[in-house]
Design a binder for this molecule. Sequence first.
Ligand SMILES: [Zn+2]
Length: 99
Amino acid sequence: MTATTAPTRAIRLYRTPNENGVGVFRITANGQPQFYTLREIRCDIGGRGFAVHRLGMGTLYHVRVGAPEECECECLGFLRWGRCKHILGLRALIQQGQL
Ligand SMILES: [Zn+2]
């Protein structure tokens, strides 16, 4: 039996943003769950801005999500590849109407 081994990645909004705008989401990649807090921040240059904090690691990323030219993130993945799981994940949540 052959199994496809495409990397599995899932994002789930864990806690919808509260009255302070802080929510929690989880990205599971290759079976490894990672939790992040998010807070939408003002963004005047197009797209929507989020401060994303990776729990347990103390890493803070500013992520901008919108049209392709409006997407930016501060993580190494984005610097290297021009795309990353933070943008993909937040965009998926926005498309699903969860943010
Ligand atoms: Zn990123």
